[in-house]
Design a protein around this ligand. Structure first.
Ligand code: NAD
Length: 353
């Protein structure tokens, strides 16, 4: 599957090193850390990054295999790179009003017969997100948006995607075992057991560029995290979410999330639950990106447009939530049926070191 990536940060480093990690293993082995070894006939190892966009001087002009290690990226070097292609990172869209820049992204996506564009820029650049979305849609390429800056959630882009026959997957991925899914699941458990929530908070910190950025550009992320919680519980008015409480240098790409829940049980007696989650932040993202890009590719190959229902539980702000008719569809069943399909006829290409 031919993938283009915009924003060669830690997420992309984790994604391409992780694909290499699984390419080293025998295909009959279990794949630890992989939720769906096969989705819609596509294996984890069937994904090739064929185009890469960035604007950083440290990354543009470098081969992807080197750009993923350029500062400020600080996802660990695993020594597992096994790329089938090693595209040079080219300048992306720095100025969303520059039609030339948008057109050159569209042109490259077409020339390289890209199937999916993965948008993975810093949060807080909504105009840039829209410009990349438009560039991909014009090229007939599906989009997966890792960020809370809306692409799938923009009516104008959704309309364009529908008329071009392009699926849009977004917005904002829900990490593999991230604070949103853990916090939401615990709050749902409380609701299910009939306790009354008094108040709860979630505080996240880390030492990568995303955490540095979210300290000042966290508004969309905060709203998106509340939408993720509302997939599990009805009200979040007593829940405080702090996407980035601070940049902690020595954590590097590790993230620490503290979650605290206070509630009242039988005879109004207090209950308190404190949980700390520590994860490799960008592995946590890549473990879900690998599913989202395959869902997008399969939808595009099958000629499906709009929002692929199977992506719903993997996103914080799925566009589906705004569409009451489609909400009734069982998204988990869709995902399970895709996962039960056998590996397709995609030729297995030989990786090179
Ligand atoms: N790590 C997670 O678990 C997680 C979960 C959900 C969402 N996200 C979101 O995913 C996004 C990417 O995360 P990351 O950790 O890889 O970020 P990062 O800061 O490490 O990387 C972002 C990259 O985008 C590049 N960039 C900046 N402007 C650009 C432009 N105009 N065109 C092309 N490239 C540009 C930067 O140079 C950098 O290489 C963030 O918005 C983050 O909030 C991450």
């Amino acid at each position: 599957m031919r993938l283009a990536v915009a924003g060669i940060g830690n997420n992309i480093s984790a994604l391409v090193q992780g694909i290499g990690f699984y390419r080293q293993r025998d295909s009959s082995e279990q794949l630890p850390g992989v939720t769906h070894p096969i989705l819609g006939g596509l294996r984890v190892t069937d994904i090739d990054v064929v185009a890469a966009f960035d604007v950083s001087e440290a990354k543009v002009g470098q081969p992807l295999s080197e750009a993923i290690f350029a500062a400020p990226n600080n996802y660990p070097e695993l020594g597992t790179l096994r790329l089938t292609e090693d595209p040079e990172v080219v300048p992306g869209i720095a100025d969303p009003d520059d039609k030339q820049q948008i057109a050159s992204v569209t042109k490259l996506l077409r020339e390289l017969e890209v199937e999916v564009l993965l948008y993975s820029l810093p949060t807080g650049l909504p105009e840039v997100a829209r410009a990349y979305g438009r560039a991909a849609i014009t090229a007939g390429v599906a989009v997966v948006n890792c960020t809370p800056d809306p692409i799938a959630g923009l009516t104008e882009l959704r309309d364009e995607a529908l008329s071009q026959g392009v699926p849009l997957v977004g917005d904002d991925l829900q990490s593999h075992l991230g604070s949103s899914v853990v916090h939401g699941s615990l709050l749902a458990l409380l609701e299910e057991r009939g306790l009354t929530l008094s108040g709860s908070y979630q505080v996240n910190m880390g030492g990568n560029a995303d955490f540095a950025n979210l300290r000042t550009h966290g508004a969309n992320k905060e709203a998106s995290k509340h939408r993720a919680l509302r997939q599990k519980i009805n009200h979040t008015d007593r829940v405080t979410v702090i996407p980035s409480a601070g940049f902690v240098t020595h954590l590097n790409d590790r993230k620490v999330a503290h979650m605290s829940i206070e509630a009242r049980g039988w005879a109004d007696m207090p209950v308190r639950l404190d949980v700390t989650l520590q994860v490799q932040d960008s592995s946590n993202a890549a473990g879900v990106i690998i599913d989202l890009v395959r869902i997008a590719a399969i939808a595009r190959r099958r000629g499906e447009t709009g929002f692929p229902v199977a992506a719903t539980s993997l996103l914080k702000s799925p566009t589906l939530m705004e569409d009451p008719l489609r909400q009734s569809v069982n998204a988990r069943e869709f995902l399970a049926s895709l996962a039960s399909e056998n590996a397709g006829t995609a030729e297995k290409s030989e990786p090179t070191d």
